[in-house]
Write a protein that binds this ligand. Structure first.
Ligand code: AKG
Length: 266
């Protein structure tokens, strides 16, 4: 990684690194999604169908017609091992270590997720926020790096992430938690003086590129104006080298009621 990239990350709060993940790795994740669709909806999509309009059209219909089934499909992917394997990609780890300025693997990863942002979606699209308000793994917010990995080519139509340059320098801002309804994603909203009339930065990205962002950068979902889902993988990596790291398990709870409900459904 070039020195000017670290400089850029420190001053703007984000940077794009090209060709971090191999096309084959991204393809294997696309195939994992296709396999899950085939299993959950009893279909026979081909492993090369990921970018095809008919594949996305099919999924959009399922999301509308059978929201519960779609939600099951989506949730099953969240803990898929192939998707999780991105976090241990050597090249990615080395880049994040340089960004967080640690020499050894004192990298802890949490809040790993796959997003599937539907065209013109209003339910799960996130308005302006800082990730530091959602994910607390370290007292020193500079020790947390957000990683945004698209599974498709990103252009203005499908919607790049929108960010405000150097907004991380504002520090962790006060926020209010708002949830419009049970189906929509909860949002940690910040005062609009921090984003109104500010210049929005967004990047086109190719497959294999990775966006790295300080967890205090003010950002929001890009509008998906295409006719396809926007599939992305996201995680937050924190340095656990410093004493400010907050240790803890991801989730270790017996969610009896939740599990019973799932069993009844199947
Ligand atoms: O990918 C997106 O649309 C937004 C993701 C995001 O802002 C987040 O998870 O914090």
């Amino acid at each position: 990684m070039k020195k000017n990239i670290l400089k850029k990350y420190n001053s703007l709060g984000f940077c794009i690194i090209k060709n971090v993940l191999t096309k084959n790795k991204i393809k294997s994740i696309q195939e994992t999604i296709i396999d899950r669709v085939n299993l959950d909806f009893n279909k026979n999509f081909n492993k090369n169908d990921f970018d095809k309009k008919f594949f996305h059209k099919y999924l959009l219909n399922k999301r509308k017609e059978s929201p519960e089934k779609f939600s099951n499909f989506y949730s099953s992917l969240q803990t898929n091992v192939n998707i999780f394997s991105i976090a241990s990609d050597k090249k990615l780890k080395n880049i994040v270590k340089k960004i967080l300025q640690i020499k050894k693997d004192f990298l802890n990863c949490s809040d790993f997720l796959l997003r599937a942002d539907a065209p013109f979606d209003k339910r799960n699209s996130l308005d302006w926020h800082q990730d530091s308000s959602y994910f607390k793994r370290t007292e020193d917010l500079a020790d947390c790096c957000v990683i945004w990995i698209p599974l498709q080519k990103i252009d203005n139509k499908i919607g790049p992430l929108n960010m405000i340059s150097s907004s991380h320098l504002l520090g962790g801002l006060p926020y209010q938690r708002v949830q419009k309804n049970l189906l929509s994603s909860p949002q940690n909203t910040i005062n609009n003086k921090f984003y109104v009339n500010k210049k929005i930065k967004k990047f086109n990205m190719s497959i294999g590129d990775v966006l790295l962002m300080d967890s205090k950068v003010i950002h929001r979902s890009g509008k998906n104006l295409s006719n396809k889902f926007r599939f992305t993988m996201l995680t937050r990596m924190v340095s656990s080298f410093n004493k400010t790291f907050i240790p803890g398990r991801l989730i270790y709870q017996y969610k009896d009621e939740y599990n019973k409900k799932l069993l009844k459904r199947s």
